[in-house]
Structures are given as structure tokens and as C-alpha cells.
Design a protein around this ligand. Structure first.
Ligand SMILES: [Zn+2]
Length: 507
């Protein structure tokens, strides 16, 4: 092969492998890396000043409204939390009325077992007071955009359409780039109904602080408040924004807040999961969790707000991988016949129309059979069912999936720009698994029910000596249904890949 660009094909920009990672490190995650780049559509993006200004206006309404309500109905008292919330009822933190609220925070790249390093005392304390899962299983491929959209929609990648961070779509004959605004803000790419759309349908206000995904869906739905992606925003500013939303008068306050933090993933790519930088960043996000929890505690909201900490995937060390050269398998003539190469580190291959695809498939299968420890080769028909990764024309007809420790490359590319850490591998690998921690009325009720003996633990969890409840591993497509249930808006839930009754095992 004479040129790396030939191998990359049209859908893979030159040096995609290092390029993507560099971009993720530099924070071009959704193509909106600088302020003032927002489009002038009808998106409701609220500046802090606007929120405060409007808040002043509505505080008057709130005071008069609360007064009238008190006159009509008497003082508001907290409801019982022994059953799933019915939605709509007013609760009190002692001074203000609140509706049931869910705060979901994604810490990108927080591998489940990072929590066992002794560096996250605050997250562990929150989980001791609440719940924690052994790990949460990401969807395949274990990449940022497919998984953040799975968390939002409860759908596997084959159903929600974001089948990689970069991929070719044969229907529209265009390529999705996670880091280009014309792709990632175009609603046509994003299938399924995100939880914020469901909540808005149910009449709730929602707020999105940089969660990867589009500001609008094809139906025209958007979150009430939307803060677009920007890199290197200090965690203190994110905390301030979240708390500003929580402190809004009830008429303006979002009941669902989604927030995203990328620094730990960036550290994992740059220096590897075992590095000092990862440990340092881990401690920083742990402090953020403490500050967030303290702010809720100070407002007496821990029995009103459910806070859910999640991540999208884990991270594995790739500082010393064994390189698998595609040149050796497909030879120059095979590489020349490639039209599009999707994804990373797995490779979705689309050959030119004139290519003898079964010939190249056989070459790939023979190579895989000769070195089964290095990589697998799948078609839609042979893709493991557990990947839920075949029923979409966006998924390339041939997929090469490397095992951990191996990197697919070409002689021209070699290990140029390789990062020290990566993800995207088999979602059964525990190093790819994400974290789940929840605290709030949900976890309080779960524990109370368990202690009362009304709801036996079965095999779904175990409680440790420190009274930490550790749930069995579960797939992240269950999160959509959890949040919808916590908000009490089940009747509005969209069809999804979550398990019917999954959360009823706990409450
Ligand atoms: Zn990620």
C-alpha cells in the first residue's frame, strides 16, 4: 500500500486513529469547542444572566403562588416514598416546594474498578448511603457517543443509530463525525427518544449541561435549558450551573438535569488507566461529587433529588500493544478496494462495489482463525447476539474487532499517535465496564424495604458490612427506564431495550 489515505477511505479522515484521540484530548468532542459558535436556531440556550434575570421575575410569582396554595390547601408535607413516585406531587425541603428531581452525571471513562483505588472516598460515601453496582455494562462498541446515547434512550447502538464515533451511512451517503457540528447537531443521525424528550412530553422542564448528543431531535423536541459542549470548563463552574438550576423558582426549575464531564477520559487516553494523571483527575471528580452532594444536603434535598452518577465505558492500557497489520491480511490490493473504514479501535469495513467481498472476508477469517487471540471477524449474520450490533445498515457489513492488547493498523500508520489508554473493545471485558452509583429517595426506599423484609434481596444485590448495597452488574440500557420511573412519568416512556420490570425488583 502506498498511501495511508487509501486505506482510510472516504469515511475515515487521514490519521483517524491518532486524530480522534487527539481531538478528544483537545476537547473537540462535539464540534463546539469555542464559545459563540452556537447556531441561531430556536434552541433555548440560557445564559446565567438570563436565568438570574428571569428568576427575579418569577420569585415574585413563586411567593404569591405559594401563599395562595397555602391558603387553599394548608401547608405542604412530604409524601411517603414507599412506592414508586406517581409524579406531579409537591414536596418540601422545609422552606420551598419541590417536585421529584433527578440529576444524572456522566464522568466519561470512569472504569468501574477505579472506585476500588482508595482515591474516591466521597463517591464511596455516597454509595454507602445509597447504592452502587459492581459495574454497569456499556453497549458495543464501548465508545463515548454510542454509550451516551444508549444512556439517554435505553437503546442499543443498532437501534439508536450512533454505531461508532465516526461511520458511513449508506442511506444518506454521508459520514457521521462526532466532532463536527454539521453531524452531531443534525437530529437525523440520532434515533430513539432521549429521556429529556420524554420528560418534556410529560410536561417537565429539563436541563442539559454538555451531555453528548444533539440539542434537538427529529420531532423538534429540545431540553428547556441547554449548555453546549466546551472543553476545559472547571468543575466548579459546572457545579455552579447545576446549583443555579436547582435554585430556580419552581416554575422555572428543571426536574431532570443531565451533566457531562470529560477530563477523566482525556487523562485515560493521554497517560493510560494506571497513570498518576488518571489518579489525580479521579480525585478531582470525586471532590466534585462531594461538592454536589454537599450542595444538595445544604438545601435539605437529599430526600427529594435522586442523584445518579454513571460513566459511559472503562479504559484499558494500550501503551505497549501488539500491532496487527491489515496489509499482511488483505494485501495492497485488498486495501485498495476499501471504500470506507468505520470506527476505532474496531474496524467496520465497506468494500467497493466492484470488490469480491467474500474473497476478502475469507482472507480475514483465515487470519482470525490462525490468530484467534488477536481479533475476531464478523458479518451481520455472525455478529455475537450479545452485541446487539447487526440490525442497522449503518453497521458496516464486515467488522474486525481486536482483542484487548492488540491494535489494528497498517504498515504506513504503524503506531503513530497511539494513545496510552483506549476503549471500544468487547463490552464483556470488565476493563470496559462503567460505574453506577445512586443516592436519594430511591436508594433510601430500596434499603428500607430490604430491611423491613418486604422485598427480599434475591440474587440482585448484596449488602456489605458497611451497609453498602452492591447491585449485580447490569446493562446501561436500563438507565432510561430508571430515570423515567424516578420522575414518575412511566406512562410517557418510549419503547426501549431496557428490561420490563427490571427496577421493580428493587421497589
Ligand atoms: Zn467516553
Amino acid at each position: 500500500m502506498s498511501s495511508p489515505s487509501r486505506f482510510h477511505g472516504k469515511s475515515r479522515p487521514p490519521s483517524t486513529k491518532p486524530h480522534d484521540i487527539v481531538e478528544e484530548e483537545e476537547g473537540l468532542l462535539s464540534g463546539v469547542s469555542v464559545e459563540g459558535k452556537e447556531s441561531n436556531d430556536t434552541r433555548r440556550s440560557w445564559s446565567r444572566g438570563r436565568i438570574v434575570g428571569t428568576a427575579v421575575f418569577f420569585i415574585g410569582l413563586l411567593i404569591s403562588g405559594a401563599f395562595v396554595r397555602t391558603l387553599l390547601r394548608g401547608p405542604v408535607v412530604p409524601s411517603e416514598y414507599s412506592l414508586w413516585h406517581k409524579g406531579g406531587e409537591l414536596l418540601s425541603n422545609g422552606t420551598h416546594e419541590f417536585k421529584r428531581t433527578v440529576l444524572i452525571v456522566s464522568i466519561d471513562g470512569l472504569r468501574a474498578d477505579y472506585l476500588d483505588r482508595g482515591l474516591t472516598p466521597n463517591l464511596l460515601r455516597i454509595s454507602e448511603n445509597g447504592l452502587r453496582a459492581k459495574s454497569m455494562k456499556p453497549v458495543f462498541p464501548t465508545l463515548t457517543f454510542p454509550n451516551h446515547w444508549a444512556l439517554m434512550t435505553g437503546l442499543h447502538a443498532e437501534s439508536h443509530g450512533i454505531v461508532a464515533n465516526n461511520f458511513w451511512d449508506p442511506k444518506s451517503k454521508t459520514t457521521f463525525y462526532y466532532n463536527r457540528i454539521e453531524s452531531c447537531w443534525n437530529p437525523d443521525w440520532w434515533f430513539g427518544e432521549p429521556m429529556w424528550e420524554t420528560a418534556e412530553k410529560a410536561g417537565l422542564l429539563t436541563a442539559n449541561l454538555m451531555w453528548p448528543g444533539p440539542p434537538k431531535t427529529t420531532s423538534g423536541a429540545s431540553s428547556t435549558y441547554f449548555v453546549p459542549w466546551k472543553d476545559h470548563v472547571p468543575l466548579s463552574e459546572k457545579l455552579e450551573q447545576i446549583i443555579n438550576w436547582i435554585d430556580l423558582p419552581i416554575e422555572l426549575r428543571p426536574q431532570l438535569v443531565m451533566a457531562y464531564e470529560p477530563s477523566l477520559d482525556q487523562a485515560g487516553h493521554a497517560t493510560g488507566p494506571m497513570s498518576a494523571r488518571v489518579n489525580k483527575t479521579l480525585a478531582q471528580v470525586d471532590d466534585f461529587a462531594k461538592d454536589l452532594q454537599s450542595a444538595l444536603h445544604a438545601r435539605n434535598l437529599t430526600d427529594i433529588v435522586d442523584i445518579v452518577f454513571v460513566s459511559d465505558h472503562g479504559m484499558t492500557d494500550t501503551s505497549d500493544p501488539e500491532l496487527v497489520y491489515m496489509d499482511d491480511i488483505l494485501h495492497d490490493e485488498g486495501l485498495e478496494m476499501l471504500e470506507h473504514v468505520d470506527g476505532w479501535p474496531a474496524m467496520g469495513l465497506r468494500f467497493r462495489e466492484s470488490a469480491n467481498v467474500s474473497h476478502y472476508l475469507n482472507m480475514l477469517l483465515n487470519a482470525s482463525d490462525a490468530n484467534p487471540e488477536k481479533f475476531d471477524v464478523y458479518t451481520h449474520e455472525t455478529m455475537p447476539q450479545r452485541y446487539h450490533f447487526s440490525h442497522s445498515e449503518r453497521i458496516a457489513p464486515l467488522y474486525v474487532v481486536p482483542k484487548i492488547g492488540y491494535v489494528l493498523t497498517t504498515k504506513a500508520e504503524g503506531d503513530t499517535g497511539m494513545s496510552k489508554g483506549n476503549h471500544g473493545y468487547d463490552n464483556d471485558e470488565l476493563s470496559m465496564h462503567a460505574m453506577f452509583i445512586a443516592h436519594g429517595p430511591f436508594s433510601t426506599d430500596v434499603k428500607a424495604l430490604h430491611h423491613s423484609g418486604k422485598k427480599p434481596a434475591d440474587h440482585h444485590w448484596e449488602s456489605t458490612e458497611s451497609n453498602t448495597y452492591i447491585m449485580e452488574r447490569f446493562p446501561n440500557v436500563e438507565i432510561y427506564n430508571l430515570v423515567i420511573k424516578l420522575l414518575g412519568i412511566d406512562q410517557f416512556a418510549a419503547p426501549n431495550n431496557g428490561t420490563v420490570g427490571f427496577w421493580d425488583r428493587y421497589l
